[in-house]
Design a protein around this ligand. Structure first.
Ligand code: HEM
Length: 427
């Protein structure tokens, strides 16, 4: 409550706008006031309770029964009638996958589908990730200037995602085309025109995802998580449903692509802004695994996530009724000084960096976290080795797609002197 007026919604809470410039520029900074003094508050403009401290955010992730993940992918801006009509024309029926599935359905499905994510099984993707990364760096290594997002960080995680999922080569180009605009549509405030354009795209993506699943079904012997899931469906038809497979064919690409691309762009930007840290990594690549983790903590690519309250409860001592929607700001939890010492400093030797909540926590924690970590590490290894003298192009203004959750700069311009490259192209 506001200490002066006694109004149950404080002035800060009333002014909270996760689509505005302040939150977009720096989500954890934008809610510092909340971490400091009002860690659980109701946002009337959003219609959500907002939670910003580490212990509260973690407790919510930990209890997926009281705090259901069912609204995780719901459109935060209500969909217009026209957009709904468009989606209906495409028989759009995106349903639960894993991230938004309740118990008791979720856990058995997660268990059956986990094997391809274990470190052993992921290891064989590493050479592919490294080869792709080197090829993209080769293209610009002699140029002296590049937009790392456009020229590498958007493309490599998308290609890796398509391979990991086991999409047939001939369908990759089409799926690539559809992997846009989901961020603003799910977590942003799209205009009615934008909603209509995105609905067309999503409808076509949905139909195409269906045809890819059908094709994989005819021969599910190949590599990749989707063929694996189809084989598991033969064993566990009630757990791996048709609806799940079709929905995951579409949602899996978004889950694996934009999160990782944004995380990489955030990491490289952060390290170049902290030049001495970048130079330490160049001198000692052994620091890279923990540095990647510290970047995920300090500037992760998932800024906030959502849960639905299923029974009257309290969060951080504040009563929250059943039916409430929660915006849990994990990027703010990651900067909570109650858990991380000197939380705004980038410390690549921090001993609890891995305790960040960027991958969520508990029974829904990101299944792809080790694939994402591997990609980040390979990007940092290749860039620190081949372009150690890289710097940010000065004076650039970073822009972000306005939304509550997915966060990374749309462009990241870097420059260097090609004559000083330690190696010119692939040795
Ligand atoms: C779930 C973040 C990369 C697949 C999640 C969740 C978050 C997240 C916040 C929800 C966790 C929760 O509710 O507790 C990220 C970030 C990534 C990343 C920041 C990159 C840096 C990937 C990749 C894949 C992937 C590469 C690969 C396919 C999944 C799946 C789930 C999930 C399948 C659902 C797990 C479940 O509900 O049981 N991720 N993710 N993610 N992620 Fe990721």
């Amino acid at each position: 409550a506001d200490p002066v007026t006694g109004c149950p919604v404080s002035a800060n809470a009333a002014a909270f706008d996760p689509f505005g410039d302040v939150y977009q520029a720096d989500p954890p900074e934008a809610v510092r006031w909340s971490r400091d003094g009002e860690p659980v508050f109701y946002s009337p403009s959003l219609g959500y309770w907002v939670v910003t401290r580490y212990d509260d955010v973690k407790a919510i992730f930990r209890d997926n029964i009281t705090f259901s993940p069912s609204i995780a992918l719901e459109k935060i801006t209500p969909v217009s009638d026209e957009a709904i009509a468009t989606l209906e024309r495409y028989d759009y029926a995106m349903n639960r996958t894993l991230v938004n599935e309740d118990e008791p359905e979720h856990m058995p499905r997660r268990r059956v589908l986990m094997d391809p994510f274990t470190p052993d099984r992921l290891a064989h993707h590493e050479p592919m990730v490294r080869r792709l990364t080197r090829e993209y760096v080769d293209r610009f290594v002699d140029a002296g200037k590049a937009d790392l997002v456009d020229e590498m960080l958007w493309e490599v995680p998308l290609t890796v995602a398509l391979h990991f999922l086991g999409v047939p080569e001939e369908d990759m180009a089409t799926l690539r085309k559809y992997s846009i605009a989901h961020t603003v549509n799910t977590w942003g405030r799209p205009s009615p025109e934008e909603q209509l354009t995105v609905a067309e795209n999503v409808g076509r993506f949905w139909q195409f995802a269906g045809t890819v699943v059908e094709k994989l079904r005819r021969d599910p012997s190949g590599d990749g998580w989707m063929p694996y899931s189809i084989r598991k469906q033969q064993e566990y038809p009630d757990i791996i449903t048709d609806s799940y497979l079709h929905s995951m064919m579409m949602a899996g690409i978004v889950a694996a692509h934009e999160t990782t691309a944004n995380a990489a762009a955030n990491a490289i930007k952060l390290l170049l802004e902290n030049r001495t840290v970048w130079e330490e990594l160049c001198a000692d690549p052994g620091l890279i695994p923990n540095a990647a983790e510290e970047c995920l903590r300090h500037s992760g690519s998932v800024a906030a996530w959502r849960r639905l309250v299923t029974a009257d409860t309290t969060v951080g001592g504040v009563p929250v009724p059943a039916g409430s929607k929660l915006l849990i700001v994990n990027s703010s939890a990651n900067r909570d000084e109650r858990h991380f010492e000197d939380p705004d400093t980038v410390d690549v030797r921090r001993d609890n960096a891995t305790e960040h909540l960027t991958f969520g926590y508990g029974s829904h924690q990101c299944m792809g976290k080790n694939l994402a970590r591997m990609e980040l590490q390979v990007f940092l290894e290749e860039l620190t080795r081949r372009l150690p003298h890289l710097g940010l192009v000065p004076g650039q203004r970073f822009t972000y797609v306005p939304n509550t959750s997915f966060r990374g700069p749309e462009h990241l311009w870097v420059q260097w002197d090609p004559a000083a490259n330690p190696e010119r192209s692939d040795p």
